[in-house]
Design a binder for this molecule. Structure first.
Ligand SMILES: Nc1nc2c(c(=O)[nH]1)N[C@H]1C(S)=C(S)[C@@H](COP(=O)(O)O)O[C@H]1N2
Ligand SMILES: [Mo]
Length: 384
């Protein structure tokens, strides 16, 4: 892919600014490149896309225009409901195998050095069901980096695992016992020390809404949604792998693999994001012809390719986000579509050579659990 065919985020933002200043000066082509449709351009609906809104605020791909997801459009997942946390009594404790256990108020967290990151966060259950296809958002999170906090606490030599505990809790039946457990996820110490990880108190420039983890959540660019623990209250360093429900019972992928011609059933905990893309919508253009718009995420992308009616893979033009592996990337392809029914399939290709699997690839097809369903999406459309 040539660099000239890419629109960097900075360029897109610059053009966005120019756009706001004088939209009339822009030909519709430039508007479309920004993912902004002029009024005359119409979305031609998919014939096989589920109705949006099956679950709270999941994305309506055919209505998508904004590269940064507005806060009111963020989908939300809370396995134990939404706890109301009072900021005044809330504390974040750093404990376990550390030399200097600590407890922070929200003001103390906010007083630390702050950073912002735009990150495409996808629920690992996204597309695990036919009706659940919009559980991904691309928001800007602001907070303080986690690694210096762990460094200040002084992790002891035996510490190998960092557990992030939320304030939300529920009753769990575990081997005949009923216990009250908090939502918790863990990472290896090495993963937790990644400088990209933030303890975030703002999204899109405002304090976190209750549904997204007020007052503080972990933001882990490059990881599936479940790793981004909301309503964070405790960070604990331990000397053993943590095997709570959301590490070792749910968010576990069960898949048949082959070893020397023999089937082997493997179970693995959902963790890092997987390469993904989707055709979002087709628009009929002002000057004639059609344009396919889509999004891709979950990897450092080399390109996105589109196949119409099962034909050859054609590279799409990458737009906003293509210079950042942790955001989603908008892409588009002009399409000289004839009348009739057509299929549109997209696939993302990573710089490391990884390719988004076809729907019948064993890595997707031989998976029994619904998490990590990143197979290619084929949409059906009638033109004319
Ligand atoms: N404390 C806590 N954190 C949580 C969860 C939860 O149930 N409790 N759900 C996780 C899951 S499964 C996802 S997909 C993301 C969703 O983040 P969002 O609600 O801000 O979109 O939050 C994660 N963090
Ligand atoms: Mo999730």
């Amino acid at each position: 892919m040539s660099d000239a065919s890419k629109l960097t985020r900075r360029e897109a933002l610059a053009r966005g600014g120019a756009l706001a200043a004088g939209a009339a000066l822009f030909p519709s082509d430039a508007l479309a490149r920004l993912g902004v449709l002029s009024p005359q351009e119409a979305v031609v609906p998919w014939l096989n896309a589920p109705e949006p809104g099956g679950r709270a605020n999941t994305l309506d791909w055919q209505a998508l225009t904004s590269w940064v997801t507005p806060t009111e459009d963020l989908f939300s997942v809370g396995h134990y409901g939404q706890p109301e946390v009072a900021a005044s009594s809330w504390r974040l404790s750093v404990s376990g195998l550390v030399q200097r256990p600590a407890s922070y108020t929200l003001a103390e967290i906010r007083a630390r050095p702050s950073e912002s990151v735009v990150f495409a966060l996808e629920c690992a259950g996204n597309r695990g069901f036919a009706t659940f296809v919009g559980a991904v958002h691309n928001a800007e999170w602001t907070g303080t980096p986690l690694a210096p906090l762990l460094e200040e606490a002084g992790v002891l030599e035996d510490g190998i695992e960092v557990v992030f505990w939320g304030a939300d809790e529920g009753e769990e039946e575990i081997r005949g016992n009923t216990v009250t457990q908090s939502f918790a996820r863990s990472m290896s110490l090495e993963d937790a020390m990644d400088p990209r990880l933030l303890l975030a108190y703002e999204v899109n420039g405002s304090p976190l809404p209750t549904g997204h983890g007020f007052p503080l959540r972990l933001v882990a660019p490059g990881w599936y949604g479940v790793a981004n623990v909301k309503w964070l209250t405790r960070i604990e360093v331990r000397d053993k792998r943590f095997m709570g429900r959301f590490m070792a019972r749910d968010y576990v992928t069960l898949r048949e693999e082959q070893r020397d011609g023999q089937p082997v059933w493997t179970e693995s905990s959902v963790g890092r994001a997987r390469i993904n893309s989707i055709p979002a919508k087709v628009v009929r253009r002002n000057g004639g012809g059609y344009r396919i718009h889509g999004a891709a995420w979950g990897a450092d992308l080399a390109r996105v390719e589109v196949s119409v009616d099962g034909g050859p893979w054609t590279p799409a033009t990458l737009g906003e986000g293509s210079d950042d592996p942790y955001t989603w990337t908008f892409w588009q392809l002009d399409w000289d579509a004839g009348a009739g029914e057509h299929t549109v399939t997209s696939r993302a290709v990573g710089r490391d050579g990884s390719v988004q699997p076809a729907a019948d690839d064993p890595i997707v097809a031989n998976k029994l659990t619904y998490w990590e369903s990143n197979g290619q999406v084929t949409r059906l459309i009638r033109i004319g």
